[in-house]
Structures are given as structure tokens and as C-alpha cells.
Design a binder for this molecule. Structure first.
Ligand code: FES
Length: 97
């Protein structure tokens, strides 16, 4: 079955979308424009996002809607930012811990 071609963004694949440059742990990384920091890091395979302060277990996004706090990262030198609630911007500096 052939599906009709569409320009709607939700039907584009990661390789089709415009990319922007960010820094992840100081390393230049190209990620899709107009996605959350969490989505960008997952697409860049930059996981885990952090390690638990309690037992040092690796952590990564779970809810992707601002509830679980498993996605906390440092964005532009501001620690404790919700990666799932922040849109990625060109030149953004993201550090995992
Ligand atoms: S993934 Fe749950 S708060 Fe961000």
C-alpha cells in the first residue's frame, strides 16, 4: 500500500527535519529543530541524563510531561532544568551529571 506524501511535521523522520547545533557535555551535536531538550538528547543517544544522588543509578526521562523529574539536566549553566519541558535552542549548552 502506498501512502500519500505529506509535509506535515509529525510525519517527517528525524533525518528529514532541519537541524541545529548544540553542545552536549561540551561536544558539538546536531539535533532536530523544534523538539524538547529531552527528545534531542535521546535522539543523540546521550543517556543517561544524570545519576541518582541516592544510589548513583543511571536516570533518563520517564514521563516526558514534567512530573517525574528524571530528566533534570544543566542547561546554559542552570542546573536542575526539566529537559522534557524545555525546547532546544541553537547554541544551547547542556550538561549531564
Ligand atoms: S521526563 Fe518526567 S519530568 Fe521530564
Amino acid at each position: 500500500m502506498n501512502f500519500p506524501q505529506t509535509d506535515l511535521p509529525m510525519f517527517k523522520t528525524a533525518s528529514d527535519v532541519e537541524k541545529i547545533e548544540i553542545a552536549v557535555d561540551g561536544k558539538s551535536t546536531m539535533v532536530p529543530k523544534n523538539v524538547s531538550v529531552a527528545a534531542a538528547l535521546l535522539l543523540a543517544e546521550a543517556i543517561p541524563f544524570r545519576y541518582s544522588k541516592v544510589d548513583q543509578s543511571p536516570r533518563a526521562p520517564y514521563c516526558l510531561m514534567g512530573v517525574c523529574a528524571e530528566c533534570l539536566v544543566t542547561i546554559n549553566d542552570e542546573p536542575g532544568q526539566f529537559a522534557c519541558q524545555t525546547n532546544v535552542q541553537p547554541g544551547m549548552r547542556i550538561n549531564r551529571s
